[in-house]
Design a protein around this ligand. Structure first.
Ligand SMILES: Cc1ncc(COP(=O)(O)O)c(C=O)c1O
Length: 391
């Protein structure tokens, strides 16, 4: 594990910064597809790896590289590979760790498209996924077969906010030489550092908190092993082609400077909303890991520095009440995605998680009536007034 002497607030602004020839405070955006060679000898030296240089943005770009190194510093990893979206990162990582005939084991609740990828697309290449309850370590121990090559989980999960004990799962994965991949999108490295807890690879949808402003897509995978990063970069990102644009990397780098500040405000707003909902007579249940009643509260306190900015809940009136609520809020916007300055609200079963079989939703930890709020950075009183009027 890499330990940086600086605090996360400093790393988010300065990690991996390079002197720039014109001494600009901010990094330049290398908005180029290709890089030139002085002569053929230089090209030959580059292609035979005698000379280290950028060749083509699909294989590497200085602006994207800065983002990769900065996030690696925040997550405590060796290095990262950036992708065009979170899904490009997840697909490439899973394909780099398991092949046809192997098996992935995942926690039952995943982001909708991750569920789509693992339940529909990868099985068509003879790479199936088994979904289990990873909050139960006995189930994790029992699920391992000689075919299992990857454990994949999110924590907190989207949208049911379940908390999985990363350290406990990592002990089992290490024993069986299985790679543990953690999607850390909901917590961000400010609140949770899975590599420190024993995970092998951390993934983010950088579209969310890392960018923070809802104006770009991006994904990134950070590994504790340099070898895996090279394999991911040259055999998967480069060949599959889902690379990040230098402009998106620059936007995300800009967003990341305020990540630690923003995460604290997202959390305080989410916590205020969760408590308000918890005490509201029309609310059936609230799921927020910062509430002591949450089944994962003790694990969350152990492995997280904050509980995050997402709250899920159900109203007494079920789906009809949920539909009315999301259409009546004004300040909260009805939209997919999360982690933006604006507060967003959605019904996962009808929107982001439509890939899940409707009749079996409860088995995966949420229901048709679950409402998900991504708390933004507005004043908490204004958010509560909006929620109250929509009730
Ligand atoms: C937890 C999680 N992982 C991955 C993704 C996919 O990211 P992207 O939309 O950037 O492809 C999402 C998107 O909402 C997500 O919530």
């Amino acid at each position: 594990m890499k330990k940086d002497p600086f605090h996360i607030e400093t790393l988010a602004i300065h990690a991996a910064e390079q002197p720039e020839q014109n001494q600009s405070l901010n990094p330049p955006i290398y908005m180029t597809s290709t890089f030139t060679f002085k002569d053929l000898e230089q090209a030959d030296d580059t292609f035979s790896f005698k000379r280290k240089a950028y060749v083509y943005t699909r294989g590497g770009n200085p602006t994207v590289n800065l983002f990769e190194k900065r996030l690696a510093a925040l997550e405590g990893g060796e290095d990262s590979v950036a992708f065009s979206s979170g899904m490009a990162a997840i697909a490439s990582v899973l394909m780099s760790l398991a092949k046809s005939g192997d098996e992935i084991v995942a926690h039952r609740n995943l982001y909708g498209s991750t569920f789509g990828l693992t339940s529909r697309l990868l099985p068509s290449f003879n790479l199936p996924t088994r979904y289990i309850d990873m909050t139960d370590m006995e189930e994790v121990k029992k699920c391992v077969t000689h075919k299992t090559k990857v454990f994949f989980l999110e924590t907190p999960t989207n949208p049911s906010m379940e908390i999985i004990d990363i350290q406990a799962v990592a002990e089992i994965s290490r024993k069986h030489k299985i790679k543990l991949v953690v999607d850390n999108t909901f917590a961000s490295p400010c609140f949770q550092r899975p590599l420190e807890l024993g995970a092998d690879i951390v993934i983010h949808s950088a579209t969310k908190y890392l960018s923070g402003h809802g104006d770009t897509l991006g994904g990134i995978a950070t590994s504790r092993e340099e070898d895996h990063i090279s394999k991911l970069k040259f055999d998967y990102m480069c060949e599959l082609g889902g690379v990040m644009s230098p402009f998106n990397a620059w936007l995300i780098l800009r967003g990341m400077k305020t990540l630690p500040l923003r995460m604290r405000k997202h959390e305080s707003n989410a916590s205020t909303i969760a408590r308000f909902l918890y005490n509201h007579p029309k609310v059936k249940n609230v799921i927020y890991p910062g509430l002591e009643e949450h089944p994962g509260y003790v694990t969350a306190v152990k492995q997280m520095k904050g509980f995050g900015g997402i709250v899920s809940f159900e109203l007494d009136g079920g789906l009809e009440a949920a539909r009315a609520f999301v259409e009546k809020v004004k300040l909260l916007k009805l939209a997919v995605s999360l982690g933006d300055t604006e507060s967003l609200v959605e019904i996962p079963a009808l929107m982001t998680h439509r890939d899940y079989p409707e009749e079996e939703l409860e088995k995966f930890g949420f229901s048709r009536a679950t409402v998900r709020i991504s708390a933004g950075l507005e004043h908490a009183d204004d958010l509560l007034s909006d929620i109250e009027q929509a009730m």
